[in-house]
Ligand binder design. Structure first.
Ligand SMILES: *Cc1c(COP(=O)(O)O)cnc(C)c1O
Length: 390
């Protein structure tokens, strides 16, 4: 039977019907532990009552007007995000790729305003920034670019976690206007850079008048144990993008700017029909309020450490386990061989995980995961890994 869905995804043979916190239930009411959160989206878990209530209340009043009018929920959300980050202003989009498109356009206009005709942005190997033409061109993964040439020009690629390479690229090219980088690479394999990597990028950008642009679409909204991952470094970027967990499943993205970057876009430079509409913004306000009320960001640090310690205890004697790493609840377990098959083996045990970059198991559990669920995750997955590698 042919499917009416374009086959852009290899789907696992399971359909979920409902969720509750870190649990998902399929159509037969079988319960699964979700250690992926819809890829870093449902940080508050599934069916959180605060998000449910916000959506219900807003939809009873108003779903959409237009960005040609003022939108109270959008203004409130922008206040919360600028207060949480120290950034100055926000453009709202509907997805991560669109948030990065805004950042890339902003960088180009920043360059043109300075008289640079062909502005270029430094991007990283193994990065992921989305699937639109500009963002896949910025992405450091040839599989994602394959078949879509000609790519968007104006990107200069350097190795991740290598400050000298950025400095050399800047010295080499007078058209560089910005550096776009993930604080921790998600799709690229949960790659955690040196602790002062972002600080050094900040210094280089300051020295050369470049925009430091952070893609926090996966690392943001508490995932790493700070609201924004850059807050571990005590710096402010010039531009920062969010999406994924911002709406806990309601589609919304954001491009935040600070200082001179916040003055680049003027009326008519960028736009979106749905971006920042009342429904999406109400959901996001509920997300931010709940993160604070439930103390979930501090919990991301503690729970991430507990999961990490659990895996170290169970896996450190296994020579096939090359590395276990984490920043808050962004967890990677790197094996000595390809392990995509582990996803199905885990599914058969009612555990949802992900494998990225061929050999790295990636875990992004909801911030509301509890102690018993952490124990179940560590026990089930450690046993699976030890069997798989035996
Ligand atoms: C998921 C992701 C994106 C793309 O977000 P979409 O909402 O799928 O467009 C961009 N950057 C990073 C770091 C991501 O993890």
């Amino acid at each position: 039977m042919t499917s009416p869905i374009m086959p852009t995804y290899n789907r696992l043979p399971v359909t979920f019907d409902r969720g509750e916190g870190a649990w998902l239930f399929d159509e037969n009411n079988t319960r699964y532990l979700d250690a992926l959160s819809g890829i870093a989206v449902c940080n508050l878990g599934h069916a959180h009552p605060a998000v449910h209530q916000a959506i219900c209340q807003q939809s009873a009043k108003l779903l959409h007007t237009s960005n040609i009018y003022r939108i109270a929920a959008q203004e409130r959300l922008a206040e919360l995000l600028t207060a949480a980050s120290g950034m100055d202003n926000v453009f709202f989009s509907n997805s991560g790729a669109e948030a990065n498109e805004a950042a890339i356009k902003l960088a180009r206009k920043y360059g043109h305003d300075k008289g640079i005709e062909k502005p270029a942005v430094i991007v990283m190997e193994k990065s992921f920034h989305g699937r639109t033409l500009a963002t896949l061109s910025a992405t450091g993964n040839s599989k994602i670019q394959q078949g879509f040439a000609p790519l968007v020009e104006g990107f200069v690629r350097v190795p991740y976690n290598n400050i000298a390479a950025i400095a050399a690229a800047i010295a080499d090219n007078a058209s560089i206007v910005a550096v776009l980088v993930e604080p921790v690479q998600g799709e690229g394999g949960v790659n955690i850079p040196a602790p002062d990597y972002l600080n050094q990028i900040r210094d280089l950008c300051d020295q050369h008048g470049l925009l430091m642009m952070l893609d926090e679409i996966q690392t943001g909204i508490g995932r790493t144990g700070q609201f924004f991952a850059f807050q571990h470094n005590g710096i402010l970027p010039d531009v920062c993008t969010l999406a994924k967990a911002l709406g806990n499943g309601v589609p919304i993205g954001a491009c935040l700017a600070h200082g001179k970057a916040g003055e680049v876009f003027q009326a008519g430079n960028h736009g979106s029909t749905f971006g920042g509409n009342p429904l999406a913004c109400s959901a996001a306000i509920a997300v931010l309020t709940t993160l604070a009320d439930e103390g979930l960001i501090a919990q991301a640090s503690l729970k991430g450490k507990a999961i990490y310690d659990g895996f170290v205890a169970r896996l450190q004697a296994n020579p096939q386990v090359l590395d276990i790493r984490h920043k808050g609840l962004m967890i990677g377990i790197e094996l000595a061989r390809p392990c995509a098959d582990l996803v199905k083996l885990a599914l058969a045990q009612q555990l949802l995980i992900n494998v990225t970059n061929d050999t790295t198991i990636r875990l992004l559990p909801p911030l509301v995961i509890d102690e018993q669920q952490i124990q179940l995750l560590v026990d089930t997955l450690s046993t699976l890994i030890n069997e798989f590698t035996a």
